[in-house]
Design a protein around this ligand. Structure first.
Ligand SMILES: *Cc1c(COP(=O)(O)O)cnc(C)c1O
Length: 370
């Protein structure tokens, strides 16, 4: 008997998450030098992380023999102060991914269901299936969340809805008035996880104070991350803002020391580093313009994005991904997201964007002439 045969059937049904290819792996496989490779595949921050965060990490190294503060008191206090909420309305995670798993642990099981959209973040179906719950995938509209259809998809056994805004991997943004209307339609017995991993990249005129909605909707959970605009992906830190009773439930299943000491220290420092956030935002805005102008020049349709990445129709995603890889440019194929014609590219530094566009032009030319 295979050792997988006795694993839970719903675990065996999970399609494993496929991360962006690391630079070291591409270097090994293609015999290239790491410095000749650029990675625009995981929506990481091309500017690195801020100096205050690095300094905090160096200081925290001196205490790594001690367990971290399991309650992440200082980080939660900083977040509560920043957002004007009570400390017991804040829970931190080893990445926001961690919190999605805890929410699923607390609310999902065989016999109940959760709703998410076609082309949604791959972690939603994984975490739902891992609990043995039923996943209801709602067809997307114009690549984005179809909120009417998602509201209609909620059944008596539905306990959770996952909604990323902006969404990854499509970059689509649902205007906040529509999200607010959606919240009013969802029964209070259904937790709505509004995943705001990319909301720091929204142009200012599109933003809304969703934190204020927490008072109106006790079933609303906001998840955010330090992995994107703050540039701390390698440390894994995220947080959720929610009704204290939801945080209480999550804390019951949370691993006692889920956020490590270096990550806690760096996140606190990053939170106060507004200059770095501003620089990242500006680089992203300029890079988005650079990439979309490049796609227009190449005649490639792309999905208008409000994130730090853009998803472009290259005809055959996996083929173009492989051809770019051979030129030392890592992007993300998204066949697993039912987007076989597209690749997703993270906005990089200006010179990285230019190198990607040049390589893409070459690849498309070579494909047309073959
Ligand atoms: C990157 C991302 C996250 C953040 O994940 P972390 O675990 O915080 O790194 C969450 N949701 C979406 C949609 C993402 O793309």
């Amino acid at each position: 008997m295979h050792p997988s045969a006795t694993a839970l059937p719903y675990v065996r049904s999970i399609a494993p998450y496929q991360p962006g290819k690391p630079i070291s792996e591409v270097a090994r496989e293609l015999g290239m030098a790491e410095r000749d490779i650029i990675k625009l595949a995981s929506n990481e921050n091309p500017l690195g992380c801020g100096e205050p965060a690095k300094a905090a990490m160096r200081r925290a190294i001196e205490e790594v023999h001690l367990y971290p503060d399991g309650a992440s008191y200082d980080l939660r206090a900083a977040l509560a102060a920043k957002w004007g909420v009570a400390m017991d309305a804040v829970t931190v995670g080893n990445g926001s991914n961690d919190l999605l798993d805890y929410l699923a642990m607390a609310y999902l099981a065989p016999g109940v269901s959760a709703v998410y959209s076609q082309h949604c973040f791959a972690v939603y179906p994984i975490t739902v299936l891992a609990r043995g719950a039923h996943g209801i995938k709602v067809p997307a509209r114009d690549y984005g969340n179809d909120l009417d259809a998602m509201a209609r998809a909620i059944r008596a056994d539905t306990r959770m809805v996952f909604l990323a805004n902006p969404n990854n991997p499509t970059g689509t943004f649902t205007p906040y008035p529509a999200v607010h209307d959606f919240m009013k339609r969802v029964p209070e017995s259904v937790i709505v996880v509004l995943d705001e991993a990319y909301n720091d990249f929204l142009p200012h005129e599109l933003r809304t104070d969703t934190v204020a909605w927490l008072k109106e909707f006790p079933n609303l959970v906001l998840t955010r991350t330090f992995c994107k605009i703050y540039g701390l992906a390698g440390l894994r830190v995220g947080y959720m803002l929610a009704h204290p009773e939801v945080c209480d439930m999550v804390n019951r299943v949370r691993a006692p020391f889920n956020v490590n000491a270096i990550a806690q220290a760096a996140a606190i420092a990053a939170l106060g580093d507004e200059e770095f956030v501003r620089r990242t935002f500006e680089n992203n805005r300029a890079g988005m313009a650079q990439l979309t102008a490049g796609f227009d020049a190449l005649g490639l349709p792309y999905i208008p994005s409000s994130g730090n990445f853009v998803t472009v129709d290259v005809g055959d995603g996996p083929a173009v991904f492989n051809a770019l890889l051979a030129r030392g440019v890592i992007v993300r194929p998204i066949v697993g997201y039912e987007l076989p014609r597209h690749v997703r590219v993270t906005i990089g530094l200006p010179e990285e964007n230019a190198r990607f566009l040049a390589a893409l032009g070459e690849v498309l030319k070579a494909r047309r002439s073959s």
